[in-house]
Ligand binder design. Structure first.
Ligand SMILES: Nc1ncnc2c1ncn2[C@@H]1O[C@H](COP(=O)(O)OS(=O)(=O)O)[C@@H](OP(=O)(O)O)[C@H]1O
Length: 323
C-alpha cells in the first residue's frame, strides 16, 4: 500500500458479522482493490460494505435531513461545498473571511455515511446541527428504510461516465496497492462497462436515482456535474428551491459560485496539504475539474466502448451525456 492509501481499501478491523457475510457473497478481483464483493446488486470493498451494513442497521433519518448522493468522482466534493455554503449562508456569510470552507476540506465538514460507520461506529449523528447534511455513494435500493420513508431530501449528482471513469482511474493510480497499480486501462474500462466496479454498476446507480427524481421530484433532485459547470448559479438556485432555502440574493449565489469554484478550493492550504482520517490526502480530490478531460487518458476505442454501453443502458430513459 502506498502511504496515501485509503483505509476504505483495506480489510482490517472487520467485525465477525462482516466476515461471515463476506464469505457468502460473490466476489471478483478488482483493479482498485484486489477483491470486491457483491451485495444487494452492487460491488463493494470490505470496509465500505461493513460501513453500509452499520448504516442500514443504525441510521435513523429525520425529515429535515439532506443527503447528497453521488457515484465516486462525480462531483461529491464540489456538491458538498456548494450545499454546505448554501444552507449555512446566514450562519457563515459566503463573503466573510472566516468561512469554514476557507480552512477545512469539504469532506471534513460533511460526513460520508458509510465511511463514518466503518471508521467511527460510535459517531453520534444526532449531534450534527440541523438540518443534517451528509453524503453517501450507496444505491437507492440499499438506502436505509428511514431515508426512503421520511421526508428527508436527496440531491443526486451524476457525471458523464467517461470523465467519471478517468477521474477514478487517476485517483486509483495514487491509492492502489502494488497488486492493482499495474492494471491495464483496457481491462478497467471493460470492467466498468460490465458494472464490475466499486459501487457499480454505475449505470444502475444513475438510472435508479434518475427515475426516482422523475417519480418523486420533491424527494430527489437530479443534477449533473456538467450543468453545474455550465450554469453553476442557476443550478445552485434549483438546489435552493428544492431544499426550500427561501429567497436567495444574486450576490449570495455569486459568492457561493466563487467560494466553491475549483480554482478557489484547490488553491487553499486545507486542500493542498493534510489528510482525511481515512488516510487520503486532501489534494487528491482536486485534479483537473474539467468537462471532457477524459480525452487525454482514453483512446478513441475505449471512449467508444463506454459510449456504446451508455447508449445501450440509458436507452429509453431520456438521460444522455453528449460530452
Ligand atoms: N470545486 C470543484 N469544481 C469542479 N470540479 C471539482 C471541484 N472539486 C473537485 N472537483 C473534481 O471532482 C472530481 C472528484 O470527484 P469527487 O469529489 O466526487 O470525488 S470523491 O468521490 O469525493 O472521492 C475530480 O475530477 P477530475 O479533475 O476530473 O479528476 C476533481 O478535480
Amino acid at each position: 500500500m502506498s502511504s496515501s492509501s485509503s483505509s476504505y481499501l483495506r480489510d482490517e478491523d472487520l467485525t465477525q458479522e462482516t466476515r461471515d457475510l463476506i464469505s457468502s457473497l460473490p466476489s471478483e478481483k478488482g483493479w482498485l482493490v484486489s477483491q470486491m464483493y457483491q451485495f444487494q446488486g452492487r460491488w463493494h470493498t470490505q470496509a465500505l460494505l461493513q460501513g453500509l451494513l452499520q448504516y442500514q442497521k443504525h441510521f435513523e433519518a429525520k425529515d429535515s435531513d439532506i443527503i447528497l448522493v453521488t457515484n465516486p468522482k462525480s462531483g461529491t466534493t464540489w456538491l458538498k461545498a456548494l450545499v454546505f455554503s448554501l444552507i449555512n449562508r446566514h450562519k457563515f456569510p459566503v463573503s466573510s473571511g472566516d468561512h469554514p470552507l476557507l480552512v477545512t476540506n469539504p469532506h471534513l465538514l460533511i460526513p460520508f455515511l458509510e465511511g463514518v460507520y466503518y471508521e467511527s461506529p460510535n459517531f453520534d449523528f444526532t449531534e450534527l446541527p440541523s438540518p443534517r447534511l451528509m453524503n453517501t455513494h450507496i444505491s437507492l435500493l440499499s438506502l436505509p428504510e428511514s431515508v426512503k420513508s421520511s421526508s428527508c431530501k436527496i440531491v443526486y449528482c451524476c457525471r458523464n461516465p467517461k470523465d467519471m471513469f478517468v477521474s477514478l482511474w487517476h485517483f486509483g493510480k495514487k491509492l492502489a496497492s502494488q497488486e492493482t497499480a499495474d492494471y491495464p486501462i483496457e481491462k478497467a474500462v471493460e470492467a466498468f462497462c460490465q458494472g464490475k466496479f466499486i459501487g457499480g454498476p454505475f449505470w444502475d446507480h444513475v438510472l435508479e436515482y434518475w427515475y426516482a427524481s422523475l417519480e418523486n421530484p420533491n424527494k430527489v433532485l437530479f443534477v449533473t456535474y456538467e450543468e453545474l459547470k455550465k450554469q453553476t448559479g442557476d443550478t445552485i438556485k434549483r438546489i435552493a428551491e428544492f431544499l426550500g432555502c427561501g429567497f436567495i440574493e444574486e450576490e449570495e449565489v455569486g459568492g457561493i459560485v466563487k467560494l466553491c469554484s475549483f480554482e478557489s478550493l484547490s488553491s487553499l492550504e486545507a486542500n493542498r496539504e493534510g489528510k482525511l482520517p481515512n488516510g487520503v490526502e486532501t489534494k487528491a480530490f482536486f485534479r483537473k475539474g474539467e468537462v471532457g478531460g477524459w480525452r487525454d487518458t482514453l483512446s478513441e476505442s475505449l471512449a467508444e466502448e463506454i459510449d456504446r454501453t451508455m447508449e445501450e443502458k440509458f436507452q429509453g430513459s431520456g438521460l444522455k451525456f453528449s460530452c
